[in-house]
Design a protein around this ligand. Structure first.
Ligand SMILES: [Zn+2]
Length: 116
């Protein structure tokens, strides 16, 4: 279960963004995070980790919203592009192994909604 370590990183990024907001907000309503499906996050675990890690902090009660991006890639051999189903990183068009990833590795804060 790697959701707790991922969540710690997100909260560090959140601290950075939140502290930069002027005038300083009085609280956090929600945070939206883009998550590539390559991270194989279980949404319930990540939401649980967020609730646990933000308890008794200034983010307590904030809602974590997740937006998932599909894993897509392109093939250098036949120029195929499309969605990949892990764990098979094989081109469905020409069977070349080792498709180049286009999306699916994302993990970043998309937006914050704060109380003022
Ligand atoms: Zn191919």
């Amino acid at each position: 279960m790697h959701e707790f370590s991922i969540c710690s990183l997100l909260i560090k990024a959140l601290d950075h963004e939140y502290d930069a907001i002027q005038p300083p907000p009085t609280g956090l309503k929600s945070v939206t995070v883009m998550v590539g499906e390559l991270h194989q996050i279980v949404p319930d675990y990540l939401l649980g980790a967020f609730t646990a890690l933000t308890a008794d902090t200034r983010y307590e009660g904030a809602e974590l919203k997740l937006e998932f991006t599909a894993i897509t890639g392109s093939c250098s051999a036949c120029e195929w592009q499309g969605t990949i189903q892990p764990p098979l990183f094989v081109c469905p068009s020409c069977d070349q192994v080792g498709v180049d990833l286009i999306t699916g590795k994302e993990l970043f804060l998309q937006s914050l909604e704060v109380k003022t």
